[in-house]
Design a protein around this ligand. Structure first.
Ligand SMILES: Nc1nc2ncc(COP(=O)(O)OP(=O)(O)O)nc2c(=O)[nH]1
Length: 269
């Protein structure tokens, strides 16, 4: 997964209810056009999700997720055969269909806990795998999340899940870790994870940060509309980069690409 420099995943939610762009890209053609725009702005990959994982959300059926995701992957790769496509799913059946359609990365917000078949599928496919920390499940994760030490507990969880993936045959070179900003965390928990990101980077796997447009940023900046939280997102991208994150999952590709370019220029020695 690890390329020469930082990599940007452009977010493409093919859902009616994603917290910031729900319903915008349900139509495969509209989705493919948006993906093309993000690739032109410098996205290294497109992360496609067919089920919202916002706080309080309900799962969709496997059939519905497949119906949403696979046609969009096909439409994107038809127009951009070399595009890197990541599928944001915890279902092995969706990941399998997405890989068959040309996706190259699996992004599992449950860190292989959502479907016992996922580890073997990814191991057989030999593809990169993103393992994310989530406290509980989207429906209830924001109801008073509590930790003794959020950084230590998230770090230890991710270390255990990486061990589990590798024991199941996933190549260690293909594992990336993600603290799961906003997934069962208060504002203070999110800030502690950002401030101490090196603790997770220190596990030795590429770290992905997915803070884009999230609610905690609105709490800090007073920006009510999720779509307007670009500047706060850019701040987390630069802070995350300076603390060792190299993968960034964002809605607003150009803004984050340009911020990363400046951060890279400063720190590239
Ligand atoms: N690895 C990873 N995957 C993720 N998938 C979804 C969301 C939620 O954001 P979004 O996709 O914009 O919203 P929704 O879940 O409502 O579709 N955040 C992450 C994240 O932080 N890391």
């Amino acid at each position: 997964m690890q390329g020469p420099g930082p990599a940007l995943f452009g977010i493409l939610n093919v859902t009616p209810d994603s917290f910031s762009d729900g319903g915008d890209f349900l139509d495969p053609e509209a989705a493919a056009r948006h993906a093309a725009g993000m690739l032109e702005e410098g996205a290294d990959a497109i992360d496609i999700g067919g089920e919202s994982t916002r706080p309080g959300s309900d799962p969709v059926t496997e059939e519905e997720e497949l119906r949403r995701v696979v046609p969009v992957i096909r439409a994107i790769l038809q127009a951009h055969p070399d595009a890197g496509v990541s599928v944001d799913t915890y279902r092995a059946s969706t990941a399998e269909a997405a890989l068959e359609a040309g996706a190259r990365i699996v992004n599992d917000v449950t860190a292989l806990r959502g479907d016992r078949r996922m580890a073997a599928l990814v191991a057989d496919a030999g593809c990169p795998l993103i393992l994310m920390h989530m406290l509980g499940e989207p429906k209830t994760m924001q109801k008073e999340p509590r930790y003794d030490d959020v950084v230590r507990e998230v770090r230890d969880f991710l270390a255990r899940r990486a061990d589990h993936a590798i024991a199941a045959g996933v190549d260690a070179e293909n594992v990336a870790l993600d603290p799961g900003i906003g997934f069962g965390k208060t504002l203070e928990h999110n800030l502690a994870l950002l401030r101490n990101l090196e603790a997770i980077v220190g596990l030795g796997f590429p770290v992905l940060l997915g803070a884009s447009r999230k609610r905690f940023l609105g709490r800090i900046t007073g920006t009510e509309e999720a779509k307007d939280r670009v500047f706060g997102t850019v701040a987390t991208t630069v802070l995350g980069y300076e603390r060792g994150a190299t993968l960034f999952r964002v809605h607003d590709v150009r803004a984050n690409r340009e911020a990363l370019a400046v951060a890279e220029a400063v720190w590239r020695v």
